[in-house]
Design a protein around this ligand. Structure first.
Ligand SMILES: Nc1ncnc2c1ncn2[C@@H]1O[C@H](COP(=O)(O)OP(=O)(O)OP(=O)(O)O)[C@@H](O)[C@H]1O
Length: 237
């Protein structure tokens, strides 16, 4: 099963970003998007989420009510604790008792139990991003948009967060659309990787990776060869 974006057009004051753009997204899989800076990746996520309107375009299989969005920066509410930030998105949906169960589950899954009463100002960047990820999963969406959620984190925090993300995703498979500049993140997490061109953006190439995620490693021959090909397509060589 796939979700489809067809005949998409979007310009900003004469700058053509999308022009007859088409793309398929695997349902309940992880689709990664790589591409040069400014090629329209965030614009695409914003249109999928409904934050931004396309000029023209058909989106099939997307229900904007069922979308969670993890932004580059965690966007936590400063005046709410870790617990409060996650509970906030469940307020109008569940009764208190059910909310507590859900928040408790996700706080444990991202390892923040002992920090549940902390406020954002007392958390590290990695911890804030863990709260943002827990919040996105706690909200029962079918589609999860992620715009470089691991950007700017040190290697260990990033590795830990990626492992936590996969653990959460395996619990209830959702359709993930994941924008990144980091080829290693893409080859470790993606079922499918799209490489975008410069503007107006087109798909330069799509890679499908059918290796089991827990068996993937950056030392694996197949992963090394896919990485090399992606570099070539991006024009990094
Ligand atoms: N609100 C806006 N008004 C005018 N131009 C915009 C606006 N938002 C984005 N653009 C332009 O549209 C193009 C695509 O921007 P977008 O942020 O979607 O790219 P991106 O691929 O996410 O970039 P990056 O990888 O640097 O985050 C860029 O040239 C950008 O300058």
């Amino acid at each position: 099963m796939t979700l489809k974006i067809e005949k998409l057009y979007k310009s900003y004051e004469g700058l053509k970003v999308f022009e007859n753009f088409n793309m398929e997204i695997i349902k309940n899989g992880i689709t990664c998007i790589l591409g040069p800076s400014g090629c329209g990746k965030t614009t695409l996520l914003n249109m999928i989420s409904g934050i931004l309107k396309p000029d023209v375009g058909i989106f099939s299989g997307f229900d904007q009510k069922a979308i969670s969005y993890i932004f580059q920066e965690p966007r936590l509410l400063d005046w709410k604790s870790v617990w409060g930030n996650i509970e906030f998105v469940l307020k109008d949906i569940y009764e208190k008792e059910e909310r507590e169960k859900i928040v408790s589950k996700y706080i444990d899954l991202v390892g923040l139990r002992e920090f549940k009463d902390y406020y954002p100002k007392n958390l590290s960047g990695g911890m804030m991003q863990r709260v943002a990820i827990a919040r996105a999963f706690a909200y029962s969406s079918n589609i999860l948009l992620m715009d470089e959620p691991f950007k700017g984190l040190d290697v260990n925090s990033k590795k830990r967060l990626m492992d936590e993300f996969i653990k959460l995703w395996m619990e209830d498979l959702r359709t993930v659309i994941f924008v990144t500049h980091d080829i290693e993140e893409a080859v470790l997490l993606g079922d499918s990787i799209y490489v975008f061109s410069e503007l107006p953006v087109q798909i330069k190439k799509r890679f499908n990776i059918d290796l089991l995620r827990h068996k993937r490693s950056l030392e694996d021959e197949r992963i090394i060869s896919i990485k090399r090909e992606i570099h070539k397509v991006l024009g990094d060589d």
